[in-house]
Design a protein around this ligand. Sequence first.
Ligand SMILES: Nc1ncnc2c1ncn2[C@@H]1O[C@H](COP(=O)(O)OP(=O)(O)OP(=O)(O)O)[C@@H](O)[C@H]1O
Ligand SMILES: [Mg+2]
Length: 287
Amino acid sequence: MNRPTPETLLEFADVSFRYPDGNVGLDGCSLRITRGSRNALIGANGAGKTTLFQHANGLLRPQGGTIRYAGQPIDYSRAGLRRLRSEVGLVFQNPDQQLFSASVREDVSFGPLNLGLDTATARQRVDKALLAVGMAKFADRPVHNLSFGQKKRVCIAGVLAMEPQLLVLDEPMAGLDHAMRQELLAVLDDLHARGITLLLATHDIDFAYRWTDRTHLIAGGACTVSFATPDLPHHADALEAAGLPVPGVVELHRLLRAHHLPAVAKDIPAPRSVGELITLLNQGKDS
Ligand SMILES: Nc1ncnc2c1ncn2[C@@H]1O[C@H](COP(=O)(O)OP(=O)(O)OP(=O)(O)O)[C@@H](O)[C@H]1O
Ligand SMILES: [Mg+2]
């Protein structure tokens, strides 16, 4: 039966969670993730990003409020969680929390085999995932002596091999070198082009502004505001309240505006990258 595709893929409604020692993890957080969109979750250290992500794939269970995936409240039964985790892939912030097998191939195979795929299909998916993150030649290496960045890539491969609908990445770029960041970005672009929904936590506000469709701010466990990313310059106060900087290009744009350059007049939307800013300025030269 073909059911209509729900617009909202993941929804947090007034979700609260406290850790056993009393620390507030989430404090009445409401948030919507639309199918096919690229989302950044932005917040200072300790804001609740990792806690929110662990709720997204059922590792933690809300003490108040509701989480819906594809329109249905999360089913916390064993089978329900298994289904959820085949749809919602979570890449942990710390790779050592995610990797547990002896070899790279074994680790990346775990998810697909656990889904009940036959060995040949699982192997195909594993090879493809390792290739996507540039780790194919490390397939038979022991996990424990990989570098941090290599471990991170293996974690990403492990989740890619599950072919999730929603990919949740907790600071995926942290600890990766420039080349690997570019490669990871190409992987994420490809997933986005294939309709996969992406939600990532990052402290790189410039990247979030340049690349995502929607930005969600979190502070003290509260999901303070969500907006279309191109509107970020209008939310500078909310960013500041959450202890976050505005992107460099927005700051530069503000300063140029203060000098009344016609190319950056108020009625022209703010650029999202230095390249876009240069284009605006070049257009202004001719006007
Ligand atoms: N296992 C835990 N037990 C008790 N408190 C915890 C635990 N994990 C996190 N916390 C607390 O919950 C709050 C939210 O933490 P969380 O790890 O979700 O933040 P974060 O936004 O991911 O931060 P970071 O940017 O440092 O990764 C913090 O106050 C933190 O100290
Ligand atoms: Mg975290």
